[in-house]
Design a protein around this ligand. Structure first.
Ligand code: GLC
Ligand code: CA
Length: 560
């Protein structure tokens, strides 16, 4: 059963359940809502659905704080709804990937409630407890969500580690019992018929030995855990153990979310011999537009240059070829919308053209493409202008820390940065039609809608044969039918190395060659690429082909 690589030509669609479709009029998306949209997903043609966490959770971090791994969050539905969803997918030939959040639990998880009771509680060692240092935290680490990574618990006079919110205590993976409980839980879901896992921050589970202080600059309140914790000393040992105990027993697909990995790291996590994971989400292309001031991390308003993007994507294509497998993505529930970030949403024409151009860029690469809900209709960033519109704790905490506490930015600048990079940009409700609440709900949604839902929505996209939707549908079909997209060799087109407007690459196997030509800009340029007379235009986002003249955001692919 192992090593079948059945997923190699599959396309994954990510659903953020709270924002996809509400079925019972409470303003929150739910499982019944997803079930009602399965025919839509089938029409798009995707093979696998990845659901963000749907487990019981106090929702401090929208479900990434889990209080029961084997129960469904009642706001989203019941276990019967879950089974109906799984069956509905399987009947349509689609598979289901669940989010696995096991770096940490909720502070309301029974393990943690026990753990904090006393130093000799049997669950004490399920988490990472330490004495303070002279009334201070055990070390100088900061959390991913601002503030310290330690919280003092007066009950037992010790601190516990939380790399994310204080309500998300980190599990102690050094404890074999923790690992066993996690593996048992995974097997329980696999036995129910779940087809795989997306593993939340899975390369953070092994912490550096001794939890040492990290380097800290004068303008930083804490040491940056992003540089200290990823890819810890025992992470590969843990993942191999997980693979032996879980993955090797089922026909599943796994993708690890792994901040701070290089291609060399990714080859260890996702080597094709499959002793750990099938692939990882790396973040290098997501960080190309980060602020040059490290104290500001992702908060910035610069657009990624084509040179940086091409170099980076090419590096991953070339270095992983034949050894490991790429996860291809532009956005997810933590990232802004691709068309607003890498494309151009300033006019309707450019929005549609640039959305298709960017889709072409990744969908012709080697790896597994992930489409984030709404990407297939070219949904844009939220366009929020007030701090009060943002609900995500990362955004709110960052504003508080950078503007009010550290005075590193003024409020208007930070609002501009939030409009570009807040996670809320991805979490506005799915835009189904131009009715009140965009067909997402009959009730005020839990998160504000993007203001443009009357123009940009599924009903409109389905009615327009030129829409972004039908372009994605075609891209997916091509991946299913043209093996060169899955297996062919990737290379930059001749002379493309330093082109500042055009990105051009080839894919090649014994029978077929593809030439992908993409204009990353709003300028019309002239470039000559030699293609045989027999070459046919496979797909394009313009109605005609003008040869060497390449128009704004034009994308075209030749096959020969
Ligand atoms: C991952 C998730 C993100 C979450 C964090 C903590 O990065 O994608 O949404 O907040 O882990 O679980
Ligand atoms: Ca609901």
């Amino acid at each position: 059963m192992k090593n079948t690589h059945w997923w190699k030509n599959a396309v994954v669609y990510q659903i953020y359940p709270k924002s996809f479709q509400d079925s019972n009029g409470d303003g929150i998306g739910d499982l019944r809502g997803i079930i009602s949209r399965l025919d839509y997903l089938q029409k798009l043609g995707v093979d696998i659905i990845w659901l963000n966490p749907i487990y019981e959770s106090p929702q401090v971090d929208n479900g990434y704080d889990i209080s029961n791994y084997q129960a469904i969050n009642p706001t989203l539905g019941t276990m019967a709804d879950f089974t109906a969803l799984l069956d509905g997918l399987h009947q349509r030939g689609m598979k289901l990937v669940m989010d696995l959040v096991v770096n940490h639990t909720s502070d309301q998880h029974p393990w943690f409630l026990e753990s904090r009771k006393s130093k000799d509680n049997p669950y004490r060692d399920f988490y990472i407890w330490r004495d303070g240092r002279a009334g201070q935290a055990p070390n100088n680490w900061g959390s991913y969500f601002s503030g310290p990574a330690w919280k003092y618990d007066s009950k037992t006079g010790q601190y516990y580690l939380h790399l994310f919110a204080p309500e998300q205590p980190d599990l102690n993976w050094e404890n074999p019992q923790v690992r066993q409980r996690v593996f048992d839980m995974m097997n329980w879901w696999a036995d129910k018929g779940v087809d795989g896992f997306r593993m939340d921050v899975i390369n953070l589970i092994s912490k550096p030995a001794g939890l040492p202080d990290g380097p800290q600059r004068a303008d930083e309140k804490y040491a940056n855990v992003e540089e200290l914790v990823p890819n810890g000393p025992r992470v590969h040992e843990y993942l191999r153990e997980m693979n032996r105990q879980v993955m090797s027993k089922h026909k599943m697909i796994t993708v690890g979310e792994t901040p701070n990995v290089t291609p060399a790291d990714a080859k260890k996590y996702a080597d094709l011999h499959n002793q750990e994971l099938n692939m990882v989400f790396q973040f290098e292309h997501m960080n190309l537009d980060a602020n040059p001031n490290p104290a500001l991390t992702k908060w910035n308003d610069q657009k990624t240059s084509l040179a940086d993007l091409r170099d980076n994507l090419t590096k991953w294509q070339v270095e992983l070829a034949g050894q490991a497998w790429n996860a291809l993505y532009w956005n997810n529930h933590d990232q802004p919308r691709v068309v607003s970030r890498f494309g151009d949403d300033s006019t309707e024409d450019y929005r549609v053209k640039s959305a298709k151009m960017l889709a072409t860029m990744t969908h012709f690469m080697q790896g597994t493409p992930y489409i984030y809900e709404g990407e297939e209709i070219g949904m844009t960033n939220a366009g929020f202008t007030k701090l009060g519109d943002y609900v995500d704790l990362e955004s709110r905490n960052a504003y508080h820390q950078l503007v009010e506490e550290q005075h590193l930015l003024d409020g208007l600048t930070m609002l501009k940065y939030l409009a570009m990079h807040s996670r809320d940009n991805a979490r506005t409700p799915m835009q189904w039609n131009d009715q009140r609440y965009a067909g997402f709900s009959t009730h005020q949604p839990w998160e504000k809608l993007a203001g443009n839902y009357r123009q940009i929505n599924v009903a409109q996209a389905l009615a327009d044969s030129n829409s972004v939707f039908y372009y994605y549908q075609k891209l997916i079909k091509l991946r299913h039918t043209l093996p060169v997209i899955t297996d062919g060799r990737y290379a930059l087109a001749t002379g493309n190395d330093s082109d500042e407007q055009i990105f051009a690459y080839t894919r090649q196997d014994k029978e077929t060659s593809l030439l992908v030509i993409l204009n990353y800009t709003a300028q019309t340029v002239s470039r000559h690429y030699a293609v045989p007379d027999t070459a046919k235009l496979l797909i394009s986002n313009y109605a005609d082909d003008q040869g060497d003249t390449i128009r704004p955001y034009e994308a075209k692919v030749y096959q020969y």
